[in-house]
Structures are given as C-alpha cells and as structure tokens.
Design a protein around this ligand. Sequence first.
Ligand code: SF4
Ligand code: SF4
Length: 377
Amino acid sequence: MSLSEDIKDFGLDLGYSKVGITTADGFPTYVEELKARYEMYAWFIEGVFQPIKGADPKSIMPSAKSIIVAVYDCSKEAFPEKLVGKIGRHYQARCYLTPRDRINGARRQLMRQFLEKNGCEVAQRLVVPERLSAARAGIATYGKNTFTFADGIGSFILVTAFVVDAELDYDEPTMREECPPKCTACIDACPTGALYEPLKMDPRRCIAYNCFMAQDGFPAGTTSYVPPEIRDKMGSWIHGCDICQEVCPRNQKRLKAKLPPNEFLVKAAEDFELTKLLNLTDEFYARTVQPLMYNYIREKKYFQRNAAIALGNTGDPAYIPDLAQAMQDSEELVRSYAAWALGKIGGSQAKQVLEASLARETCQSAKNEIEAALVAA
Ligand code: SF4
Ligand code: SF4
C-alpha cells in the first residue's frame, strides 16, 4: 500500500469521514480576496492565524509538498432541542481545532504523530485555507453560504489540514459551487445581512463573530462591543449561528434524519438555562459551560453579555428579575448589556429597574447604555 493510502486509512480509523490530498501550492485568489476585503477581515489577517502566510505554505515551510485534508462529520448524533438555536452545531460537537487534551485536538495530534512516524515533516501552526484545501483535495464543494459541503453529509463538517514535506498522490479537485442554480435561501435567511451575495460574507455582521470574536483584544484589534442593530438580530444565539445552514436544501437530509442521542449533550441540555448563563456562577461555568464551549470565549463576562442579549430578544418580562440581578454584576459589560435587554423588554417594571440602576451606576459606558435603554423601554 502507498503512503497516501496508508494516510487515508489512518484518517478514517481516527473517525474522519473523508481524507483527500492536494499539492502545497498557494491559494492566490484567496489572498486577493482577503486583501480586497481588508476592512472586513483585518482582525483575521493581523491576528494569530496569519492567513496570508498560510495561503502560501511554501513561504513558511519551503519543503512543503502536500496538504492532507480531513473532514470530520459533526452531525452524526442528535442535537438536543434545548441547545439548538442557542449554540451552533459545530460547537455542540466540540469541533474546535484546539486544545490537544480535548477530542478534536487529540485527533489532530494522533494524525500528526502518524505522519511523523512515517517520515513526514509536518508544518507547525500553519493555518492554510481549509475550506479551499478540502475542495482542491476533492472531498468537498462550496455553497453560496460560504460553507463547504461533503457528499453524503452536508456542511456540518469540520475541515482539518496538515501540510507535509512528502510528495503524495493527489486527488481530483472539486473546486466548484454545487447549489441549485436559483437557490438563495441562505442569503435570504441571514438575519443581519452578513451574507450579502453568493460566496461573500462580512464577518463583522455575522452573529457567530459577534458571539465569540467580539472580545476586547481577541483577536487583534477587536472589541467587546456588539452594535445594537446586530443585538436585535441575534435572537437566542449565544455561541455561533446555524441559520444559513439550517435553511439549506443541501443539509435537509441530515437535519431531518433520526440520529442517536449524544448523552454528553443530553446531560448538558438538562442543566442549560440562559438565566444561569446571565448570572453565571463558578459552579455552573465549570460544570456545564466550560465542557461545551471551551475554546473561544476567554472570560465569563462574554457569555453573560450574550445571555443578556438573548434574554432581551425574548421580549419576555418574566426575565426582568434575572436582568435586575445582572444590573448588580461587578462587570460593567454585563450591566451594560443587561440594561439593553431591559430596554428591549420595556414596560414600567423594566423602567424602574433601569432608573434605580442609573442612580448607582458609576461607569460611563454602562450609564450610556442605561440611558439609551430608558429611551427604548
Ligand atoms: S452564521 Fe448566521 S449571521 Fe452568520 S452569515 Fe450565516 S445566517 Fe448570517
Ligand atoms: S441555501 Fe441554497 S444557495 Fe445557500 S448554500 Fe444552500 S443550496 Fe446553496
């Protein structure tokens, strides 16, 4: 058996659904696109990921010859109803690239060790354009919603790429969009207009970005501020957004399939409440939040902000006492977004809480949010 076949077999053994191989040639159109949309992607270009370098693997690793691309199916098991619409399916499936001591990071680590054992040098920390790599390696095609789709699965997949110095057998590329010609369901459904034309998305307007990238200084140059017009559209999402994938006809077979339950998620869902996320205790954080959403959000206050937005978007006065409690939180960010939520719910009870909060508030940005909320309430 050739090394290429061995690698593919090992990848399947690890639980990946598809493994393809392409050359380590660069991705010049990707670089052009990123540069043309610098304003939208500055946080990504200038951050730790270094995608422009990653798009030319040989510039970082001159010996690079091949990219091995693996697709993991994130939707083999059912997602509890209580978490759907709040946490994106990729995150429920814990498909983060890191850390190594969690399941997906461990899978990557095992693949890396296998490649090294077989004489390959594997690039360290090189982030190649993974979706493009998957299409060039013949294991995925594009959708107008910017996601990649794997045959027989759909877009709820995780793509992982390994750049190596070995010359391998290359697969036939499938670099094409395979949507029904007249379909625009994803663009029509995107609540924020982030998906503004086929294959083009402005991350700054995307709910997912605002859930977990909007943190002060993470990634480079970002802030925790979520614009009010985006807050309104975030609905109940607190970690990711699946809307443009949920409406997609290419995902319906899997979304409608009867899948086995995942006991870890069933247990997490039993415990999960937005009100608990809002007034987040160390115990709830350690028991339920961290095991599920461990990779992007670095501080509890961002989960609390997202919960406040989601509760505000319910418009339900039943949550006023929880929001009133959040108005006493030690974090200015939490008080600010709880104020927004109270303004969104509105009514005399919400106004009373806001007025009492304004009287004791000492931080200027929280004061501004409370005053704006009082106008809205
Ligand atoms: S993930 Fe949500 S907000 Fe982002 S582009 Fe898709 S539908 Fe729009
Ligand atoms: S919703 Fe339609 S246009 Fe959008 S990705 Fe799916 S098939 Fe393509």
